[in-house]
Design a protein around this ligand. Sequence first.
Ligand SMILES: Nc1ncnc2c1ncn2[C@@H]1O[C@H](COP(=O)(O)OP(=O)(O)OP(=O)(O)O)[C@@H](O)[C@H]1O
Ligand SMILES: [Mg+2]
Length: 330
Amino acid sequence: MNDFVLEFKNVCIDYPLKKYTLRAVNNVSLNVRRGKITALVGESGSGKTTLSSSIIKCISEPGIIAQGEVIFHGKDDAEYHIEKMNDKELRNFRWNKVSMVFQAAQSALNPVLTVRQHFYETLDEHNIKLTKQEKEERCLKLLDYVKLDAERVLKCYPHELSGGMKQRVMIALSLLLDPELIILDEPTTALDVITQSYIFNLLKEINETMGITMLLMTHDISVVASFADYIAVMYGGTIMEYGRVIDVFKNKKHPYTKGLINATPSIVGDMTEVKPIEGSPPNMLALPTGCVFHNRCEKCMKKCTEKAPEVTTYKDGSFVKCYLYSKEEK
Ligand SMILES: Nc1ncnc2c1ncn2[C@@H]1O[C@H](COP(=O)(O)OP(=O)(O)OP(=O)(O)O)[C@@H](O)[C@H]1O
Ligand SMILES: [Mg+2]
């Protein structure tokens, strides 16, 4: 079995608009480790949702994978080239192999369907042949698993559930067809901190007991520290740094990673050390030349303004895209 469930190879994703084309993801290469939780972090607009939705070819209109390959490696050693898949192949692939809990997932539930109908429709759409009793048992088991009062919740319409309950319904739904990878796009936004931590503990338990790989997008650096195994830091459509969470937090390489992590307050830390990154996120239609971060970077050198640095990859698979490390071991 391949150690990686997913490979992005030089992926570029464009939104062709009327007068211009916006390149939201620019030449991203990343391998996602099987059975682990990889966090994708970065400021708003850096391309996290665009990149992750390419995995199920669900990029919002009019987005397209303009270049590169997105390859999924199944447990059965089958290889799926997602950028080449047609609609029929995608229908079989989504939910079965990869499911996604979307940003603002709470509004993804159809207000006129009960929770039971959501589950049944998903099973029917994928031609899962189960008796009524088997279906019922499966739904109850999953809702119970996400610690909801299964009997009651199954009968409810979305408006009868709280935000955290809807979120857990979405997580249960994403597990319905036993996927190998779950993409979680800010699964706890708009929830209180206690419910947030409850949901993250639940996700960690699902990851550990079922061995399901997770790709998590979040703005919450403390969640990454306590919950993820690997971290990829995105800025202006590019991955600036990738590595094991424990290594990256201990030894942050890219000036943007340092800025992002230092901008996060800690309960035990000294508030005077919390420093926001100067400047604002880049305009994706007028990205700076050279390194996309150079105009906000404290370490900016002349060459950074002229040409983007190559990726420096280390033996353990971690990498950084910054001239400060370009002479280090490849
Ligand atoms: N449907 C679309 N049409 C045109 N541009 C889009 C579309 N969706 C996203 N974009 C642009 O692509 C870029 C990346 O957006 P994306 O939603 O991937 O960012 P993100 O990192 O997920 O941000 P956030 O943290 O706010 O969710 C942004 O500049 C955004 O304006
Ligand atoms: Mg997003």
